[in-house]
Ligand binder design. Sequence first.
Ligand SMILES: [Zn+2]
Length: 309
Amino acid sequence: MQTDHLTDLNVALNCVRKLRNQVRTVYFQLENGPEVDTQNDLTKDKEAQYVFDLQRSLGGVQAAVRDVEQFVSTLSAPLQLFQLGNVGQISLDENKESASLYVNTATWHRWADKVHEYAGIAWHILNQNSLKRSYFGGHSYAAQKRRRMQNLGFQANPQVDSSILNIGRNLPELSIDLSRPFGNSAVLQITIGRVIKAVVMLKGLMIEWVQIKSFTEDFSGEDGKLDIWTDSRYKVFRKVTEHANSAMLHFSSPIYPELGVKSFLVWLHHYTKLFCDPCKRCGRHLQNLLPPTWRDVRSMEPYHEECRL
Ligand SMILES: [Zn+2]
């Protein structure tokens, strides 16, 4: 599009150049006038020739003007360059130092437009991402405040305890031990069958941290205190920890935090048969020496990491 525009501009400039040449020829002829040849008495012939040449030059000027008008009318104004309001006046400044100012300004405006456009697209895409953990709906302060009021993630301790108790009651395969070794935040130490031990740290009812280990490992640090940071020494449980973190983000719901925790724990309890269930897709137990470490967040079915949909 831009190339076409430049081609048209070149053609129009060539027409202007041709017009200038034609006009210069006319002025040149007018300045010199007809040749005078008194010796051979050919003055009349020369005058006739002169008038003929002048008419031809003027005809050329007329044709060149027509060409210029025709091509200029086909040129469309470059909109982006002419929408800068008063800044457009800079382009009229004859000072050489300010000659590049207008072009630079126009370039930066175009750049800013693109940034705005890309940011809009990115916003749209990110908005579809349900993994966000904070609720940034609304633009006004009032809207933000209203949203914050709806965020029920940070509840008082007794409410958290009763919610976890309720959830645990519905999931008998899970043994949940709630404690608060780090102050207000509740830490759930969960045992799933004889396969997995998990630590889930909550802030209110929002899950902040998940660590998965094997049934044979424990979460005691060297000083005997609870250590929620050290990874499992088994690759399979480190992989399950990764998946559990992505599932935790998937189920996270600032508006219905209890539902988020419950959905996550229901999902987690499907690891009871971690080493028994074959992959739903390839039907095999092992792939890359690992069992199906992923549980689908909707169907809860087992998949290898490479086989998940
Ligand atoms: Zn598979």
